[in-house]
Design a protein around this ligand. Structure first.
Ligand SMILES: *[C@@H]1O[C@H](CO)[C@@H](O)[C@H](O)[C@H]1NC(C)=O
Ligand SMILES: *[C@@H]1O[C@H](CO)[C@@H](O)[C@H](O)[C@H]1NC(C)=O
Ligand SMILES: *[C@@H]1O[C@H](CO)[C@@H](O)[C@H](O)[C@H]1NC(C)=O
Ligand SMILES: *[C@@H]1O[C@H](CO)[C@@H](O)[C@H](O)[C@H]1NC(C)=O
Ligand SMILES: *[C@@H]1O[C@H](CO)[C@@H](O)[C@H](O)[C@H]1NC(C)=O
Ligand SMILES: *[C@@H]1O[C@H](CO)[C@@H](O)[C@H](O)[C@H]1NC(C)=O
Ligand SMILES: *[C@@H]1O[C@H](CO)[C@@H](O)[C@H](O)[C@H]1NC(C)=O
Length: 428
């Protein structure tokens, strides 16, 4: 007991003094740890300041991968794309934000603040808005972009683009409405009308809101071909469009939608009428100044009411070699709309072109314009003749379905067509 007491501190050292000593010890060690931490923090921050660029470049590259990966989750969100990474004079970039894992909330917050939202394939493949403010050069350039990679990494239902080149109102619209009804998702409609024509299509019409930004067209002049290129370019912006049909305001469909759609979709040829015609309205319209790009033997004539695939449509909007020759040298009595496409397609795509048109027209009465059909011309027999009265080839086999459309039908023939169509053409 005594021995024990010897080791006890003298009474002059009260018990609480000993406690204070232990306390001091603790404070000193805490301070040391703190100082060490401070030094570590300081050097780390200097290190980070010195290498912000490396950090940011990896962040940008992998920011889209950061979703579930802790390794990358500490990197700031794509917000940092704002920071001028190549500008050393700018104030030091903000420290890598929170070291915590971004939750949905922080991701949502940052992506809302971000001017560069993360892009998915959807943004490239969805049907674009029909209205845009591109001028022709911008539009044709945009439409000429094509993927080089074969195959599709997503599912696509091919659509047919029905392009109406009109002056004013579409008198046959009610017939076309009947034709398109119930087939949404398989077609796109584009209407090019002169700008001073006032659109009066009702909201429930398939034509509602389908007018593309247009310019005045003079029938037969190169600006008419330019209008066709403008229509094609607008239609090309929709990646789903695979087939492109040009129609006029006096055109009618001869078969129901399913037949027309499958005929176009399954064809291994395109339908641009092209033939070599001696004489004043054919070869005589050739201009020798078009040499050497176009020689007389390549000169073709045909109808402007064409059907092409995506490859030819893209080539047409991209053509800066042949089309300018027509603009410069094909002036009346040479008409670009009758010669440009037949000549161009025959030079570049003759292998897959059928050289025939899908739009029936009657030239039998002679003269510079084809026959126009009035109300009394429209009979059941007449329509049957247009539908099956010819022979041609389709995918290498003979067929009597050679025309899917016909022109020129005057507005007052509409009521009879509406009456016969459900029975003859089986619209339903
Ligand atoms: C996270 O990223 C690292 C990168 O080094 C990688 O090795 C790992 O597989 C990733 N984990 C997941 C779940 O993606
Ligand atoms: C870098 O940023 C400064 C200030 O923001 C700016 O004045 C300068 O033009 C920029 N330099 C470059 C090369 O971008
Ligand atoms: C987080 O995001 C995923 C995918 O966007 C979503 O399914 C989930 O509901 C979100 N969770 C919360 C808490 O918002
Ligand atoms: C088109 O509509 C505008 C306003 O609705 C009107 O002022 C103009 O006269 C119309 N033009 C024609 C050609 O009808
Ligand atoms: C378009 O052409 C018509 C005649 O076809 C003319 O009256 C009109 O002024 C032209 N409009 C423009 C914008 O050039
Ligand atoms: C179309 O016409 C071209 C000549 O321009 C010819 O080479 C080609 O064989 C024709 N194609 C068919 C299917 O007749
Ligand atoms: C289209 O298909 C038919 C039948 O298989 C074939 O004979 C023809 O050569 C094909 N045409 C083209 C342009 O591929």
């Amino acid at each position: 007991m005594n021995k024990h007491q010897q080791h006890q501190p003298p009474p002059s050292f009260p018990k609480h003094f000993l406690n204070a000593q232990i306390h001091l010890h603790k404070i000193v060690s805490s301070f040391l740890i703190f100082a060490f931490g401070l030094a570590l923090g300081a050097s780390l921050s200097i290190y980070l300041k010195d290498f912000p660029f490396q950090l940011y470049s990896t962040q940008n590259k992998y920011s889209h991968l950061s979703t579930n990966n802790r390794t990358f989750s500490s990197t700031p969100p794509p917000q940092s794309l704002n920071i001028p990474t190549n500008n050393r004079t700018s104030s030091s970039p903000p420290p890598p934000q929170s070291l915590n894992i971004p939750t949905n909330q922080t991701r949502a917050k940052t992506s809302a603040a971000s001017p560069v939202p993360q892009i998915g394939l959807k943004d490239y493949t969805k049907s674009p808005n029909i209205l845009h403010e591109m001028d022709d050069d911008e539009l044709l350039w945009r439409a000429s972009l094509v993927p080089l990679r074969q195959g599709l990494p997503f599912k696509r239902t091919p659509k047919v683009a029905f392009m109406f080149l009109t002056r004013g109102s579409l008198a046959m619209a009610p017939l076309w409405e009947m034709f398109f009804k119930g087939h949404e998702g398989l077609y796109s409609i584009y209407v090019h009308a002169n700008p001073d024509f006032n659109d009066t299509m009702p909201e429930n019409s398939v034509f509602y809101g389908r007018r593309v930004p247009s310019k005045n067209v003079t029938w037969g002049q190169p600006n008419m071909v330019q209008a066709e290129r403008r229509l094609l370019a607008n239609a090309l912006l929709d990646f789903s469009n695979q087939r492109f049909v040009l129609l006029s305001e006096s055109c009618i469909p001869l078969f129901n939608f399913n037949i027309v759609y499958n005929y176009l979709k399954d064809s291994n040829q395109t339908f641009v009428e092209a033939y070599d015609l001696p004489g004043p309205v054919g070869r005589d319209r050739y201009r020798h100044k078009m040499r050497p790009h176009i020689i007389l033997d390549q000169w073709r004539k045909g109808s402007q009411w064409f059907e092409v695939d995506r490859e030819i449509a893209t080539a047409m909007v991209s053509d800066d070699k042949y089309f300018p020759l027509f603009t410069r040298y094909c002036k009346p009595p040479c008409y670009s709309d009758e010669h440009y496409l037949p000549t161009y397609v025959s030079i570049k795509f003759w292998k897959k072109n059928s050289n025939r048109t899908l739009t029936w027209v009657d030239w039998s009465r002679g003269g510079p314009h084809p026959s126009k059909f009035m109300r009394t011309d429209v009979t059941i027999d007449f329509l049957k003749k247009l539908r099956h009265g010819s022979n041609c080839e389709y995918n290498g086999k003979p067929t009597n379905i050679c025309y899917l459309f016909a022109r020129k039908f005057l507005p007052h023939s509409l009521d009879r067509l509406l009456r016969f169509a459900p029975k003859i053409m089986r619209f339903n």
